[in-house]
Design a protein around this ligand. Structure first.
Ligand code: F0G
Length: 458
């Protein structure tokens, strides 16, 4: 096709109004929320880029499938469809529905992980790390060195450092490593993809030491399309064929269907080992539900089954990755450095580069996130020292390695003009950068403080 413009490969079938607010309303909302964007009412937000999880739009086919769902407690037809679709995409034999990703994590780790164990990953997502630590084990991040440098360009910045993996196994001993995980795409590292070549190398190490390999597969379809674009041997394969190859290298996966399942809720756990599956199902019954619904309604199983198929559509993936890259380009043009290259689901603004006057002790990424809301009603999320700063015995704090604001793009939800608007807001904040002030924390919880902390401008 001769046309350059990549369009949204859908037309809008039902709409939901979003509300403009006045600067005075936004200021009052900030004061009420203690300058914590988690404390806003969503109606006070114009463009919500807090997360891409469960916030996407469903298709008319998903809604139609939901209407025809089977709500039987045991053996629902909707479960068998869910199982067939997941089996078809992943090739994994045992499929266990869960209400979202972290439920799959908790169940899998409760079965496999014991106190004193070490679980390597490229980068653990917060809930993955927390669930491993809750089992008394260590969650170790082994992404390649380029994956830790925002400005470093590398086609597969989510790759695992294979030498570091092998060194870890030698250091702690094979018997203390119950599984290796690889997160596709690597959310905590900027939504960066993992190559098939890297996964094959990880697999070879796992085979040598007989350690099972699991994928954290939340964004597997986006990862598959990055492989098509960037790993030359896969240029002529479909995203579905590439996804199949990814899963074929693993013994199992955990999945939040709130991402590439294109659903508002749902997840699953899948594996080949029938004995592990049996133990997981026993735990599932205890807390989630019978193995043919796992805490989901029959209509959720249908939404996920249809969503997983749609997420592998090539036109959709082309639009998806392009729209994220477009936002990243606009932010850079406005003078705001971003993590490079842009990931699949989100753009990460580098707050310390934009606001060098605000010291890490005054939370520059929090200051930038607040300013984006104050100026234009755009909500992102701080990924910096509020989230990852560590208290020191002297009462001070060791800051996080990076001060980032994540703008996550919900799937099929905002149009190009919404994104153009966000870019204008970013540009306006960049113009005002010399007047942006830092913050101090006035109230905080002992853990996961970023959700509830209250701040005061300095
Ligand atoms: N793994 C990854 C890589 C994730 O990004 C998430 C969620 C989970 C696991 C947990 O899944 O939320 O369904 O329990 N990430 C969301 C985010 C919350 O905003 O990045 P869940």
């Amino acid at each position: 096709m001769p046309f350059r413009t990549i369009i949204e490969p859908f037309r809008i079938h039902s709409t939901q109004a979003i509300q403009h607010t006045t600067p005075e309303q936004r200021e009052a909302a900030l004061v009420r929320a203690g300058y914590n964007l988690f404390g806003l009412h969503a109606d006070e937000v114009l463009i919500d880029l807090l997360t891409d999880s469960g916030t996407g739009a469903m298709s008319s086919r998903q809604w139609a499938a939901m209407m025809d769902a089977d709500e039987s407690y045991a053996g629902s037809r909707s479960f068998y469809r869910f199982q067939d679709v997941i089996g078809g995409i992943t090739g994994l034999k045992e499929v266990i529905p869960t209400h979202q990703g972290r439920a799959a994590e908790r169940i899998l780790f409760s079965v496999l992980v014991k106190p004193g164990h070490v679980v390597p990953n490229n980068t653990h997502f917060d809930t993955t790390r927390a669930n491993i630590e809750y089992c008394g084990a260590e969650a170790r991040d082994l992404v390649i060195p380029e994956g830790r440098v925002p400005a470093a360009k590398h086609p597969f910045k989510g790759n695992m450092d294979v030498a570091a993996l092998e060194a870890t196994i030698k250091e702690v001993g094979r018997e203390r490593i119950p599984l290796v995980m690889v997160t596709v795409t690597n959310n905590s590292g900027g939504g960066q993809p993992v190559s098939i070549a890297n996964l094959k190398a990880v697999r070879a190490v796992c085979d040598r030491y007989e350690i099972p390999l699991y994928l954290d597969a939340c964004r597997f379809a986006e990862n598959a399309y990055f492989i098509k674009l960037r790993e030359p041997v896969y240029a002529d394969k479909t995203p579905r064929e590439i996804a199949r190859e990814l899963f074929a290298l693993a013994d199992g996966c955990t999945m939040s269907a709130k991402k590439d399942g294109l659903a508002n809720i749902g997840g699953f756990l899948a594996m080949n080992d029938p004995d592990v599956a049996r133990q997981c199902r026993n735990l599932l019954i205890l807390t989630e539900g019978f193995p043919t619904y796992g805490g989901l309604a029959g209509y959720d199983l249908e939404a996920v089954a249809t969503g997983l198929e749609e997420a592998l559509d090539e036109d959709y993936l082309k639009y998806r990755l392009r729209s994220t890259a477009y936002l990243a380009e606009k932010a850079e043009q406005a003078g705001v450095p971003v993590v490079q290259p842009p990931g699949g689901h989100a753009v990460y603004l580098d707050a310390s580069a934009l606001l060098p006057r605000v010291s890490p002790a005054q939370y520059p990424a929090q200051a930038l996130a607040v300013e984006l809301y104050r100026v234009g009603g755009v909500r992102g999320v701080e990924i910096g020292s509020v989230m990852f700063g560590k208290p020191r015995p002297d009462g001070g704090e060791t800051p996080a390695a990076l001060e980032l604001v994540r703008l996550a793009v919900p799937r099929r939800t905002y149009t190009q003009s919404h994104i153009d608007y966000v870019a204008e807001v970013i540009a306006e904040v960049a113009r005002r950068k010399d007047s942006v002030q830092g913050y101090r924390i006035v109230e905080q919880a002992p853990w996961l403080r970023h959700f509830t902390a209250r701040f005061e401008p300095i």
